[in-house]
Design a protein around this ligand. Structure first.
Ligand SMILES: Nc1nc2c(ncn2[C@@H]2O[C@H](COP(=O)(O)OP(=O)(O)O)[C@@H](O)[C@H]2O)c(=O)[nH]1
Ligand SMILES: [Mg+2]
Length: 393
């Protein structure tokens, strides 16, 4: 929740690794279609109904509710949020329960920092077991304000750049965070996020921010069961990614092409192919693709053994999918070329690679056709059967 323009949608998209808008469902689970969507610019801004469920196709395990912002004096909205929180906190069924509240508080306009309604929330809203995580958004603006100040004090440009962030953080702690922490129901965790809106060139930043947000949320969750639930949701999402990726048919289509040309993904086609595997895993987007594609890709085809070209393609598609799954499940922050290299070695040394090759050989013949739904299903089954390789080097 948070005011209009606080950066809510930007965060949700980052968490779900999605560049598309979420799908919206009403209380009864009926999809609200785009034409009538509350998300369209034509509709009044800020009329979000907190009861509506937002889901992203890339991450269907997470369900979000977007509150209307509390503008100054918007007690009515605060009451609505309070009612929603109270009802959902005591909800018995786990998929209707509210598990955490992300409260976005924009910091880009110091004159409008922490409205009365926002402070009021921390004073008056007892959320019980549901933790509130305060997310101070657009902190990059707050940093640049500190930078300007430092410059005003005649600090050298580079020095000012270096010190801006610390200065901003200190100033924020002293003036604003304190004020929040003095309220009756302060947030359980807080984090400051920056540059979430810049998609290009900020992948690392976004990735780190999402990790921090999810870690803090997990820490703030009340019970181990809930922490586990969060982890499970993330795991299920990986399986959904795998399924979507394979069912999209690009692997079997490439196998068909290899059958017709007699050639295994020549030149750039192979890079593109590996890229296509990777893009199905939002978690990996930010860290893996450039690293891997730049460095290691050329070594991969050597793993294909003596398979004929179309089966090489299927094998490479299956293996790369399994690696992506392992890397997603492992989720240890940043993944570099080294991790990937080790993963590959382990994949071969543990015999997993040989088993996948054998399965491909057994399930697929040399004559095709490969680009059919049945073949997709077969490939998917091989992947899911072999995805739990003990492959965490
Ligand atoms: N400077 C800056 N701008 C941001 C950041 N996150 C979001 N924005 C911008 O703030 C505006 C509102 O973001 P949006 O996510 O739509 O806010 P919502 O109304 O709360 O859903 C958009 O123009 C974003 O590009 C950030 O971290 N820094
Ligand atoms: Mg929004």
């Amino acid at each position: 929740m948070g005011r209009a323009n606080a950066g809510k949608t930007t965060i949700l998209k980052a968490v779900c690794g999605s560049r598309e808008a979420p799908q919206v469902y009403n209380q009864r689970g009926r999809r609200i279609m785009a034409k009538k969507s509350i998300l369209l610019p034509t509709s009044l801004r800020g009329i979000h109904n907190i009861e509506h469920e937002l889901r992203f196709r890339s991450n269907p395990g997470f369900v979000f509710h977007d509150s209307r912002g509390f503008e100054a004096g918007a007690t009515e909205e605060l009451e609505k949020v309070r009612e929603f929180i109270n009802n959902r906190a005591i909800e018995r069924s786990v998929d209707k329960q509210l598990h955490a509240i992300w409260f976005c508080l924009p910091t880009d306009n110091e004159a409008r920092m922490l409205t009365t309604a926002e402070l009021d929330f921390f004073e008056r809203c007892d959320t019980g077991k549901v933790p509130v995580i305060a997310i101070f958004t657009k902190f990059d603006s707050f940093d640049s304000y500190a930078f300007q100040q430092l410059r005003g004090e005649e600090v050298d440009f580079f020095e000012a750049r270096k010190r801006a962030r610390d200065r901003a953080n200190e100033h924020f702690d002293r003036v604003y965070l304190n004020r929040i922490l003095q309220q009756r129901y302060p947030p359980k965790k807080e984090l400051r996020i920056r540059n979430m809106h810049e998609v290009d060139g900020h992948d690392e930043v976004i990735k780190r921010t999402v990790t921090e947000l999810l870690e803090k949320t997990s820490d703030a969750l009340d019970t181990d069961a809930l922490k586990l639930l969060l982890a499970t949701v993330q795991n299920n999402n990986v399986e959904i990614c795998i399924t979507n990726s394979i069912n999209s048919g690009f692997v079997t289509a490439a196998a068909q092409e290899a059958l017709e040309s007699g050639d295994f993904l020549p030149g750039k086609k192979f890079d593109q192919f590996i890229w296509n595997v990777g893009v199905s895993y939002p978690y990996l987007w930010t860290q893996l693709l450039d690293n891997i594609i730049a460095g290691i890709v050329t070594a991969l085809p050597t793993l294909n053994g003596d398979l004929p070209p179309p089966l090489q393609v299927l094998h490479m598609g299956a293996s790369a999918t399994i690696w992506c799954g392992v890397l997603c499940w492992k989720r240890t922050g940043s993944i570099g070329a080294d991790d990937f290299q080790r993963l590959l070695e382990h994949y071969e040394d543990s015999g997993a690679g040989a088993r996948v090759r054998a399965a491909i050989r057994e399930e697929f013949d040399d004559v095709g056709p490969y680009d059919t739904m049945e073949q997709n299903a077969k490939l998917l089954r091989i992947i899911l059967d072999h995805k739990d390789i003990d492959c965490i080097p």
